[in-house]
Design a protein around this ligand. Structure first.
Ligand code: BGC
Ligand code: BGC
Length: 838
């Protein structure tokens, strides 16, 4: 490994230094957005409209609703400035709705918003969509690799072209605006959105920011800037979304602000210089300060320091997470500098509260005018005010979706994003005339190769038929083999009748999006993993084997690399997976048709703990940033160590959750409140984001061998013990005989209600009201609290899949201390603290 490292280090550092010198912005320096965006015409025009607007029209203008929760009629009545289709929303609620339905709905909204029959100004609304890897909500769109894969291409010209194509396909369906590019610099790959990040390297993200924004919007000062086949872009999520502690989605970035800025805001300077018209505020916080409520970040930094002139849009009810706010009420966000609220389902309540604040005098009316003005200016600049209904625009043309030329570019992107990590014995390329076994969960799965944000938010319920464009990885290999006289066959379990010359095993992550993709470690799978078994079986049978790894991010796969002769990272390639065969399958003489050119845009780990690496010199780095073999490399990859460094509970789960006040690994403690449900407890003193609940060390028998958890009564808060890889309680005994035991103490009796819940994954949990029981416990004495599992709704609770061992939620003030906690099996008759299971 050493040699490869040294070689690549020189290469990547030469490149990096050059890039850094050219573009890396200095902290807090005004960006180079020197050309004033507002010609007098545009400002005057916006001012004139603003003067004519009623208060109600202004309030409506700063609100964006989701098409699943608003009708065109309502958009007209409330004069809404914008709609979006969230990841799961589509015309008629059908994710596979044809383009003509999208255009028809866009027309309806356009007509509704421009209707002036009530004497109003009739401003066309903007429709925004998450076209984050192509126009990914449309079933015949060209789906490009997700951003982490694009980072591997190191090809800004290609990124620009992808932006242009994406814009064309968005416009083809009558939509004006995309919530892209994501300019996150993911530094902790446990983050569920790491694949939305181009790279851990700020310099690469900043180069791509410019390319993508200009690709989507066109060049500033050119005739068709924002118009015709271009759309409005969004630089998101401002800022430090990729820098949260432990990579927790919507979490908290912690540390020196200047350092955080230098890394995580790197893409915004170039995006602003390229005239990105909108910036989306991040759900996350920096040192506890929620972005949606921060004047310091949204106004002082983004506007005054960085020179942003477009409008700031919120994230999905993100304003509701500002301490003191709710999705339907958050004046603070407007005052902080949020110009448009993304209030998908909460828009009506929000409209009412904002109107009330305006009427009561609580609202800074200048700020309202400023927000409306900025939105109007963007609309004017984008030509929206002079446009015709979507269906009548020349750029509207469903035939462009999945156009041959677009797909060719996507296929090129797939080829260029492939990173070769191992190629022992010149395993690759495989001769085109060989007999090739193709297997693995990702071999023939459009869903696995496209990942999250595809047709639906999570992208996890798309069978191959849901796609009208593209081909699977197997199909690509099959047609390459056919062309050179070979044969490729799909085998679901890796079995065969005639021994193949080579096997290609395609496996990796299953689709996810946002927080659902968060993990507490980077171990792809442990020793007993099914993919590893498959690789080992093929190896045992003497079949030369190539692994194609589908993943949004680097994961620990040392054992898988060892079990393969060649190992290729294909990221999440999208619909045009034929690009994989282009590189892996040579001609009949095994001469490559395309070389590998992709290199890592994230550091690859040698252990699975997931601690951030981001550095070639980090002792846990296996392959550094910039690493990637080619067909010319003669490197032989040595056997890698196979200790993941991560506790594997597996069959060893003994029920222990907390000892001496600390979680027993891999369990972890979390605090939650309305501002953030997921704040990890990583020190003796910790607080939830809005401060409703905090913990500190306290003494049981020794110094600080217990935790005191205190709810201050300002909003609900929770304390929980969770694990990322679910545990199977049934291993400990029949659930009917199990209980949660806590060695704990009441310091302050509750005012309000206290609930205890056990969770079994997304949307799966059972909760009981333990207030009566807690209120009966004597204060200030250590006791064992006993909560039988049978008191929960066992019909609901999947006891073989427990992720939240327990969570205590209090609606009012309360203080308890905990020294130990565990699941135990008991022969005693178990009585419930209360029967109110819910
Ligand atoms: C995501 C954004 C996205 C928005 C609209 C949010 O949950 O964080 O990236 O643009 O939803 O779908
Ligand atoms: C929407 C996404 C959004 C997410 C936020 C989903 O229901 O479809 O667009 O990002 O909620 O939680």
């Amino acid at each position: 490994m050493r040699n490869i490292k040294a070689y690549n280090k020189i290469l990547s550092f030469a490149l990096l230094t050059a890039l850094l010198l050219i573009i890396y912005p200095t902290a807090f320096q005004k960006s180079t957005a020197s050309i004033p965006l507002n010609t007098q015409n545009i400002s005057d025009r916006a001012e004139n409209i603003l003067k004519k607007m009623t208060l109600e029209e202004k309030i409506g203008q700063i609100i964006q609703a989701d098409i699943s929760a608003v009708t065109p009629e309502e958009a007209k009545e409330y004069n809404l400035g914008s709609v979006l289709n969230g990841g799961n929303s589509a015309p008629g609620g059908k994710v596979t709705a044809p383009a003509r339905n999208w255009i028809a709905l866009a027309d309806e909204f356009w007509h509704a918003s421009t209707d002036k029959s009530d004497g109003g100004v009739g401003i066309p609304l903007l429709w925004g969509t998450d076209a984050v890897h192509g126009h990914n909500n449309l079933q015949n769109a060209t789906i490009f690799p997700h951003n982490s894969g694009l980072g591997a291409t190191k090809n800004p010209a290609l990124i620009r072209e992808i932006g242009e194509i994406t814009a064309k396909e968005i416009r083809a369906t009558g939509i004006d605006w995309t919530f892209a590019p994501t300019l996150a610099v993911a530094r902790d790959d446990r983050w569920g959105r790491a694949y939305e990040s181009y790279s851990e390297n700020p310099a690469l993200v900043s180069i791509y920011a410019e390319a993508m924004v200009e690709g989507l919007q066109g060049q500033y000062q050119e005739q068709n800037f924002l118009k015709d086949e271009h759309v409005i872009a969004t630089a998101k999520h401002f800022f430090a979304d990729g820098g949260t502690h432990q990579g927790i989605d919507r979490g908290d970035a912690q540390g020196d602000l200047k350092e955080i800025f230098n890394i995580h805001a790197a893409g915004y300077g170039p995006a602003i210089s390229s005239q990105a018209q909108t910036v989306m505020a991040s759900f996350s916080s920096i040192n506890g300060e929620k972005m949606h409520g921060s004047k310091g970040f949204l106004t002082d930094l983004l506007r005054s320091e960085m020179g942003f002139e477009g409008f700031v849009v919120g994230d999905w009810n993100g304003h509701g997470e500002v301490p003191g706010c709710s999705p339907t009420d958050c004046l603070q966000a407007l005052h902080a500098g949020l110009d448009m609220f993304m209030a998908p389902d909460s828009w009506k309540g929000l409209y009412k509260s904002l109107l009330a604040h305006a009427k009561s005098g609580a609202m800074d009316m200048k700020r309202l005018d400023e927000a409306v003005n900025r939105i109007l200016e963007v609309k004017i600049r984008a030509g929206l005010l002079d446009s015709v209904p979507p269906s009548e625009r020349t750029a509207t043309n469903p035939a462009l979706l999945g156009h041959k030329e677009h797909r060719a570019t996507a296929r090129q992107a797939v080829r260029e994003s492939l990173v070769l990590l191992k190629n022992n014995n010149a395993m690759l390329p495989i001769a085109g005339n060989a007999n090739i076994l193709v297997t693995g969960s990702g071999a023939h799965s459009m869903q696995q190769q496209t990942g999250g944000w595809t047709l639906s938010w999570q992208g996890d319920s798309n069978n191959n038929d849901a796609f009208e464009t593209g081909e699977t990885i197997f199909e690509g290999i099959q047609s390459a083999a056919k062309k050179f006289g070979g044969n490729a066959f799909l085998s679901n379990d890796g079995s065969y009748t005639e021994k193949p010359d080579a096997a290609i095993v395609i496996f990796g992550e299953q689709p996810y999006a946002e927080y659902r993709g968060d993990r507490s470690d980077l171990v792809f799978e442990f020793k007993d993993g099914e993919n590893l078994k498959l690789l080992k079986t093929l190896k045992a049978n003497g079949i030369p084997t190539v692994s194609v790894f589908l993943t949004g991010r680097p994961l620990w796969v040392n054992s898988h690399i060892n079990a393969s002769d060649a190992f290729v990272v294909a990221w999440l390639p999208g619909t045009e997976a034929g690009g994989i065969a282009d590189v892996l399958i040579g001609n009949e003489k095994a001469v490559p048709r395309y070389n590998f050119t992709g290199t890592l845009s994230f550091t690859w780990p040698n252990v699975g703990s997931g601690e951030p690496l981001n550095d070639a010199d980090h002792p846990d780095t296996l392959f550094p940033y910039g690493f990637g073999l080619t067909y010319e490399s003669s490197t032989r990859t040595a056997h890698l160590q196979e200790d993941s460094g991560v506790v594997e509970l597996g069959d060893n789960f003994d029920g222990k959750l907390i000892t001496r006040g600390d979680a027993v690994a891999p369990f972890a403690l979390f605090l939650g409140d309305n501002s953030n449900p997921n704040t990890p407890v990583t020190s003796q003193l910790a607080s939830s984001i809005s401060g409703s609940v905090n913990v500190k060390g306290t003494d049981y028998a020794a110094q600080e061998d217990a935790r005191t958890i205190t709810w201050n009564g300002k909003g609900e808060g929770s304390f929980s013990v969770r694990v990322d890889r679910a545990v199977n309680l049934n291993m400990l005994g029949n659930p009917e005989t199990l209980a949660i035991n806590l060695l704990a103490r009441i310091n302050q009796q509750p005012i309000g209600s206290v609930y205890l819940s056990v969770g079994c994954g997304e949307g799966c949990s059972s909760e009981i009201d333990i207030s009566p029981m807690i209120k009966n416990i004597e204060s200030n004495t250590w006791q064992t609290w006993h909560f039988p599992i049978s008191c929960f709704d066992l019909g609901k609770l999947k006891t073989d899949n427990i992720e939240t061992a327990f969570s205590i939620r209090s609606t009012g003030p309360l203080s308890i201390s905990v020294h130990a906690g565990e699941f135990i099996s008991s022969n005693d008759t178990l009585t419930c603290p209360s029967t109110s299971a819910s």
